[in-house]
Write a protein that binds this ligand. Structure first.
Ligand code: UD1
Length: 417
């Protein structure tokens, strides 16, 4: 099994180019199933979750060609409707093929996503909302078996809770349903807007009618298009924290700063100097870091996917901080590992109290999920000496070329078998 060795503590300096967004690419790839034409996608990140989604599409009959900087998807002969457990178990986003398969073929059998370390993560909201479009379903041996003999029919649906995945599944399905669908209490993450832009370019009729309400008039024909996926805002946020925590000086490029203004404002408040340019931000870390109280929330709030990373920075604040995790029920697995490196973090339910003034000590560590893994790297970058991070397959699900990118800006990091 591969490990990462990190030798701290160097200040990171230079430029990091941000890759395409994993969380935007996944629903966009699922949405290509609506089409029976050729679609060219650019800027897909080279990460494991995208490979898994491409394998899932291939298993459903999509023809996929990987060119240097583009992925060509031909769905003219796409005809299968079965998404197996093997392909969906490692990646919850596999459930996103359910909406488009039902919209196009009127039936589908899709594995329930596998268990996930950060909480139970059910798909009840997806299923209940799809049933309002005319879908009948049952759960049998870990599979959702669903059909809509008369096809999907538009409806008014209010999500009981904000869910990124359910909003995406429903937007895709409703794009091909008969009539008009109004979805309210939608998630408004930038990745959802990217999906909407992609669908609109394909010829779908979609319009936001208020902050969290979207109107979709179903269409039956889709155009052949070429689309470039947005930047990965979580990757960008991770490297912003890397600069702050190592007292470095990084230019984070290929981004739209406006989209990550919550993160930029927080880092400024905590003491970093941040200069905003057109498609780039420069961040200079400060030795003195202020404490704060953060609660994770749906966009435009502070993202749960950056909670573990910001916790590392808060370990270095002048006083203790509080982090409340309001999205997932069990997303503090990194705490035990950070404490092994000398952090003093205690948790009580969904609240973590993070003592400040910590100098991390190097250690041998175990990665537990995607964002927890990267938080261990961040802590290791500041710890004088050698840290070893095991189980990095979690990291490879979502960070493209992380060692290469970090090495280029002065980190001592290497992958060993
Ligand atoms: C997406 C992101 C993930 C991010 C999360 C929250 C992708 C591929 N993943 O995940 O990185 O951390 O948004 O920003 O884009 N819930 C239910 N029932 C459902 C659906 C969700 O109870 O049917 C709950 C979840 O357990 C969780 C909360 O709602 O507690 C939010 O989940 P959701 O927004 O759906 O997250 P994902 O789409 O899975």
């Amino acid at each position: 099994m591969q490990k990462l060795e990190v030798f701290g503590a160097n200040k990171l300096k230079g430029q990091i180019k941000i890759s395409g967004s994993k969380n935007a690419s996944l629903p966009i790839l699922a949405a290509t199933l609506l089409s029976n034409k050729k679609i060219i996608l650019k800027n897909l990140p080279k990460v494991r979750d995208i490979e898994t989604m491409l394998a899932l599409l291939q298993s459903l009959g999509s023809k996929i060609k990987l060119d240097k900087n583009k992925t060509i998807i031909d769905n003219s002969k796409q005809n299968k409707k079965f998404a197996s457990y093997n392909l969906v178990k490692t990646m919850r986003a596999g459930i996103l093929v359910l909406g488009p398969l039902l919209a196009k073929h009127k039936s589908a059998k899709v594995s329930l996503p596998g268990g996930c370390a950060i909480g139970t993560r059910p798909v009840d909201i997806h299923l209940k909302a799809l049933s309002k479009l005319g879908v009948k379903y049952k759960i049998d041996q870990g599979y959702v078996i669903a059909n809509a003999p008369k096809g999907l029919k538009g409806n008014k649906i209010k999500f009981p809770k904000i869910s990124v995945g359910a909003t995406e599944n429903l937007i895709i399905a409703a794009s091909f349903a008969k009539g008009t669908t109004i979805l309210s209490n939608c998630a408004i993450e930038p990745e959802i807007n990217d999906l909407v832009n992609f669908l609109k370019e394909m010829g779908c009729n979609i319009k936001w009618i208020s902050k969290r309400t979207i109107k979709i008039i179903g269409v039956s024909k889709i155009k052949e298009i070429s689309y470039s996926v947005m930047f990965d805002r979580i990757e960008a946020g991770t490297y912003l924290v890397a600069a702050a925590v190592t007292e470095g000086n990084l230019r984070i490029s290929n981004i739209v700063p406006e989209i990550i203004k919550t993160e930029i404002n927080l880092l400024k408040k905590l003491g970093s100097k941040v200069m905003i340019k057109k498609n780039e931000v420069q961040i200079i870390g400060n030795r003195k870091i202020k404490n704060t109280k953060i609660t994770t929330a749906p966009y435009p709030g502070f993202p749960t996917d950056l909670q573990a990373q910001i916790m590392v920075l808060l370990c270095k604040a002048n006083k203790s901080s509080i982090i409340k995790e309001d999205i997932f029920e069990n997303r503090f697995m990194h705490v035990a590992e950070l404490n092994r490196m000398g952090a003093r973090i205690s948790t009580n339910g969904n609240k973590a109290i993070v003592e400040g003034n910590i100098n991390f000590a190097p250690a041998e560590l175990m990665a537990t999920d995607l964002r927890a893994s990267v938080s261990l790297i961040l802590a290791a970058l500041t710890a004088k000496g050698k840290s070893v991070i095991n189980r990095i397959y979690h990291l490879d699900r979502g960070y493209e070329n992380i060692e290469k990118k970090l090495k280029k800006v002065g980190a001592k990091i290497r992958r060993v078998n």
